[in-house]
Design a protein around this ligand. Structure first.
Ligand code: WT7
Length: 635
């Protein structure tokens, strides 16, 4: 029996039981047999969810890039590591072998060192989906610098907040990026962000679109000549197991974004182990995850998980709708993709288009289909299953979070029988619990509650950068001795989990995690706005869309409403990014509030979702009369 690669259901149950009965022995064996270490650990696990503090493989020394690159050179040197598919289908795809990737990473690592970057320094990576993005991430890991990738769709404001929060000294970006038929001026966005970032001393600029950009002397350097001049070899920095590997920001329901910190050893072990099993990756397979490396999905399942397994991983620069809605399927045919991992929002968008876009292409190479980012609705699941998988490729509905580092609840394809809309069973080593509102665990099946995890797993985030108290308060204070996910879930008669959605003020829009507070803050800065509240409402492509209720100041009352709507969305685009724009904006005379002054979002959510028939008892509100007014004028 191989604990590393699970091939049938009975084996899953056996290995699962083992992983729960003696987690330390279980993970020790996985770590020992499937990774290279410069020094083994003294202790597999120590943990305390009260502090909270979790340490895996303490005392071990390693470098994750030796596991992702060096160790493959003797056997996989000429195998494609990264297959780059450009935005424009007429531009040739690039096959970067393990040997070439190793060299590119080493050169980039030396470039960073030459710029004074060393172990523990933070490097902000603001790049489009081009090979330089993966190379820079790995180059940071090579020298022990902590990468903080910021999704290149975020605005300059969002970028500067993230750069400053973790005191990044250096930014890697490109002149611009392609997005379908458009180009985006990334360097311009960086320039405007850096007006507020005095700590950034150096900006390295990759050339992608060949646009003219301004280069600030003493700060900005073109990347290519530096890479050409750099040595092609670079020793890997020896890292402690618990040293931070990267920071990745995620939205909170309140306050500024949270810089989740992931550490070297545990993250490596868990991302690699989940990748191998949940995609059933075999040596000659071509694997494609359509996410952006700016999100955790890309970190774990485009870069680290696949490369640690010596896989061929596709990096796609483009969008599903360019040059037409058949692009995904064209790429599947062209590269004979075996595992395809995408988001429900993309599936729903493509399902709206003609089936001709699908039927033109040969999709027979597909063996596994994946879904991630939000609950997949039944209709989308069947469309995906029937038209893309032709009923033959299992769908893995993978539930996890930026904070969890790797997939937590998911079927194992060809092992776990799937049920539409169910993420099914906990992955090996994961111990979920459903909790009631009083803080008691709900045992048994056919129950629902708030989803917690009761035992540490190797790739959990260790802290929030610079704010350990917030880490404790957000994840470990709602339920004693448990990690609280923020999601609700149900467990059916056979023990399968179905994620029902967020139970806090985070809204998942097109698979992107958005907090209400930063958006409201941005709206409230508009001179005509007095106060605002954002809620999500069901949307047939995005899953959820944003509905804003806005109270105007007296000075704003005379303004044209449509112009105001445009200005508010413009402001959100500038401060956060276009993904946070509001679909609907209703101007209201007041917001329903409790006597303690808290906005009753539950009521607003019902109104926005056209489900306002039964609002429950509103008589205890401070201002119940406003509810009818809002309801009557709902959009
Ligand atoms: C939130 C985490 C994990 C990578 C992408 C998102 C929701 C994620 C599923 C799924 C239902 C899901 C949850 C979770 N979510 N995957 N398969 N089914 N909901 O990472 O931005 O940290 O968002 O996404 O609500 O808490 P993230």
């Amino acid at each position: 029996m191989s604990n590393y690669h699970i091939k049938h259901l009975e084996e899953y149950y056996q290995v699962y039981r083992k992983s729960v009965r003696d987690p330390e022995a279980f993970w020790e064996e996985i770590a020992e047999e499937h990774f290279v270490w410069r020094k083994k650990w003294d202790k597999v696990l120590s943990w305390d969810f009260k502090k909270p503090e979790v340490k895996w493989f303490e005392g071990a020394r390693l470098n994750i890039t030796e596991n992702c690159l060096d160790r493959h050179l003797p056997t996989r040197g000429t195998k494609t590591a990264i297959l780059f598919e450009p935005n424009d289908p007429s531009e040739e795809a690039q096959h970067i072998t393990y040997r070439q990737l190793h060299e590119k990473v080493c050169r980039m690592a030396n470039v960073l060192k030459d710029q004074g970057i060393g172990k523990g320094d933070r490097v902000c990576v603001y790049l489009p989906m081009i090979p330089e993005l993966a190379i820079t991430v790995l180059a940071c890991a090579r020298i022990g610098a902590i990468h903080s990738v910021v999704f290149a769709g975020f605005s300059s404001n969002a970028l500067s907040t993230r750069i400053n929060d973790s005191d990044c000294k250096l930014v890697v970006t490109s002149d611009g990026s392609y997005r379908g038929s458009k180009t985006i001026d990334l360097k311009g966005i960086v320039d405007s962000a850096l007006k507020d970032c005095p700590g950034v001393k150096t900006v390295l600029v990759a050339k992608r679109i060949g646009s003219e950009v301004s280069m600030k002397s003493g700060r900005d350097l073109w990347l290519e000549p530096l890479v050409e001049d750099a040595y092609a070899d670079c020793n890997a920095e020896l890292m402690e197991a618990e040293d931070p590997l990267f920071i990745l920001y995620t939205s909170g329901s309140t306050g500024k974004p949270k810089g989740m910190v992931h550490s070297c050893a545990g993250y490596m072990v868990y991302s690699a182990y989940t990748f191998k099993n949940i995609f059933q990756y075999k040596e000659d397979d071509i694997y494609w995850c359509t996410a952006d490396i700016g999100w955790i999905t890309g970190h774990s399942y485009i870069v680290y998980g696949p490369l640690a397994n010596g896989a061929t991983t596709v990096m796609f620069e483009g969008v599903p709708s360019y040059p037409d809605f058949g692009r995904f399927w064209e790429v599947v045919q062209k590269h004979k993709i075996n595992q395809f991992y995408t988001a429900p929002t993309a599936i729903r968008a493509l399902a709206k288009e003609s089936l001709d876009f699908v039927e033109k292409y040969d999709l027979s190479s597909l063996k596994v289909l994946g879904s991630v980012g939000e609950p997949i609705n039944e209709e989308a699941w069947h469309w995906y299953n029937n038209n893309i998988g032709k009923g033959k490729s299992p769908i893995v509905d993978t539930w996890w979070q930026t904070e969890t580092g790797g997939i937590m609840i998911s079927p194992i394809p060809y092992v776990t029988p799937t049920t539409p809309t169910y993420a099914t069973l906990p992955f090996i080593g994961i111990q979920p619990a459903l909790m009631d509102e009083e803080g008691k665990e709900i045992k048994g099946n056919q129950v629902d509650g708030r989803l917690c995890i009761k035992f540490p797993w190797p790739s959990m985030a260790r802290t929030i950068w610079g704010d350990h108290d917030r880490y404790r308060d957000t994840y470990f204070s709602a339920y004693e001795n448990k990690y609280f996910t923020g999601d609700g879930a149900l467990r059916d008669a056979v023990g399968y989990y179905r994620i029902t959605g967020r139970v806090d003020d985070v809204i998942i829009v097109s698979g992107h995690n958005l907090g209400t507070a930063p958006i409201e803050d941005s709206i409230n800065e508009h001179p005509a706005v007095a106060e605002s509240a954002i809620v999500g409402f069901p949307h047939d492509v995005k899953g959820n869309a944003l509905y804003g209720f806005i109270i105007l100041k007296e000075t704003g009352e005379s303004r044209d409403r449509d112009n105001l709507r445009k200005e508010v969305n413009q402001q959100i685009t500038e401060q956060i990014g276009p993904i946070a724009k509001l679909d609907k904006i209703q101007f209201v005379p007041g917001l329903p509030k409790t006597r303690s002054g808290k906005i009753m979002r539950r009521i607003l959510r019902k109104i926005a979702g056209k489900d306002a028939e039964n609002l429950g008892d509103i008589s205890t509100l401070l201002n119940p009369e406003v509810v009818k007014e809002i309801k009557d004028n709902a959009l």
